[in-house]
Design a protein around this ligand. Structure first.
Ligand code: GLU
Length: 457
């Protein structure tokens, strides 16, 4: 059977680097197995789901290098959920409940006082037809709960019922269904919570492997029971650890913090995000992986740790620098053209500066320095100005190449007696206007003799 995975965000905000970890885990897992990747929008919450968020998620995935084989929206599939709900009702596995949130809270407190687990006590199952008719007459709308199979014959007598699975990431996992409340599948207003639609979709779309965050482990217990109640053997499940900030806070879609969109706008390379989101919190060292194929080749889902993965956004910049430092000209070319960097000098320019930039857009500043000179006139001391003028008189004749810098500075050194910093720092300042940057041996041929002389103070 073809491995089929899905990434199922609800389009209620921008996805962040933690969500991208789930997307990447699914994508890499599928790629490794020649499988298929479905992007499924969990948009049953019509009020909070927005098309603009869904479109942005598609754009974010494309930016990361993830190309879904299929895109589905839950909002287009209500008929399928209605049919499944009807089937469960017919089987007596989906039952109407009329409690208000206050009533439920009161009962929960009583159970806690009696040292009973604070789960729903299935009181609604005991309602008589007359009582239900009375509620209907009062126009009280029911919510609907799935009857978990955690009892022998009397639902009021629950007993330990282990749901076990061999988790793709974590190994053997167990959830005791007696520790859970019967999950609400349908709200009072008739809308579906995530639990049932997800299972129906996974069945209808032939999902073979459900890979998601470990905040869903308990859900998995209930959902496996739901698959079986619908007469289908459940897929395989894998739960990866979540990302938290360095202070241990979870990431939230709502705050927009570390959203993929904002990282892209900030000039972070997609492979910096993909490398960090995939490798952090695993037994692999985090390194800047240049492309998705390399990331796929080295990916092993079982290597992620069980505990939450703390990550420091500053690491993205470290990875960014490393990716740029090794980025071939061909990979940068089009983006450089968009920054105005083109022509014969573009390639040697890129090779000269790529090791000295944090973001690709920094190339623009260096291009301006190379083509137009320092941003503002350099404020030399009288001594240094004299020295630079003398040095400029000693410039060799063209053609120039990488060796020209050495030839020139040797002559300058011999003539002026200056060496080390006193020799190099004023020359660097005269040529670039800034105290540090790319190798001058690389920059000098880009400036040419004429360009260099134009910088004479
Ligand atoms: N919409 C759910 C979430 O974002 C999907 C969970 C799942 O993958 O089943 O948490």
């Amino acid at each position: 059977m073809t491995t089929t995975v899905r990434f199922a965000p609800s389009p209620t905000g921008f996805i962040h680097i933690g969500n991208s970890r789930t997307a990447l885990f699914n994508w890499l897992y599928a790629k490794k197995r020649g499988g298929r990747f479905i992007l499924r929008f969990d948009d049953t919450d019509l009020a909070r789901s927005k098309r603009e968020f869904a479109d942005q998620i598609e754009a974010d995935l494309a930016w990361l290098g993830i190309a879904p084989d299929r895109i589905e929206r839950q909002s287009a599939r209500f008929d399928a959920y209605d049919a499944a709900a009807e089937k469960l009702k017919q089987a007596g596995l989906l039952y109407a409940c009329y409690e208000t949130p206050e009533e439920l809270e009161r009962r929960r407190r009583i159970r806690l006082q009696r040292r009973l687990p604070p789960v729903y006590g299935r009181e609604a199952l005991k309602l008589s037809e007359a009582e239900k008719a009375q509620f209907e007459a009062e126009e009280r709308k029911p919510h609907w709960r799935f009857l978990l199979p955690n009892f022998e014959s009397d639902p009021a007598e629950t007993r330990r019922t282990e749901i076990q699975w061999n988790d793709i990431v974590r190994g053997d996992e167990t959830v005791d269904l007696a520790s859970l409340s019967d999950p609400v599948l349908i709200r009072e207003d008739g809308t579906y919570l995530y639990t049932l639609p997800s299972v129906v979709d996974d069945i209808d779309m032939g999902v073979t492997d459900v890979i998601r965050g470990d905040d869903h482990i308990t859900n998995t217990g209930a959902q496996i029971a739901l698959f079986r109640a619908l007469g289908v053997e459940p897929p395989a499940f894998g739960h990866h650890n979540l990302l938290t900030t360095s202070t241990g806070e979870g990431l939230s879609k709502r705050t927009g913090a570390l959203s993929i969109k904002s990282l892209c706008e900030d000039g972070i390379e997609p492979m910096a995000v993909a490398s960090l989101a995939t490798l952090i919190g695993t037994s692999e060292a985090v390194s800047a992986v240049p492309g998705m194929d390399d990331l796929t080749a080295g990916f092993d889902i079982t290597r992620s740790s069980r505990s939450a993965a703390k990550f420091d956004p500053a690491e993205l910049l470290v990875l960014n620098r490393a990716l740029l430092r090794d980025m071939p000209f061909e990979a940068a070319k089009e983006r450089l053209v968009a920054l105005g960097v083109s022509g014969e000098r573009a390639e040697p320019f890129w090779l000269a500066i790529r090791g000295n930039i944090e973001k690709l857009s920094d190339a623009k500043d260096w291009w301006s320095i190379v083509t137009a000179g320092p941003r503002r006139p350099v404020d030399f001391s009288d001594d240094d100005r004299e020295f630079v003028r003398t040095a400029f008189e000693l410039l060799p004749s063209e053609p120039w190449d990488h060796g020209t810098w050495k030839v020139w500075t040797e002559v300058v050194k011999a003539q002026t007696g200056r060496k080390g910093k006193a020799l190099f720092a004023p020359l660097r300042l005269a040529l670039t206007g800034v105290p540090s940057g790319p190798e001058l041996a690389d920059l000098l041929p880009l400036l040419g003799r004429e360009g260099t002389l134009a910088r004479r103070p």
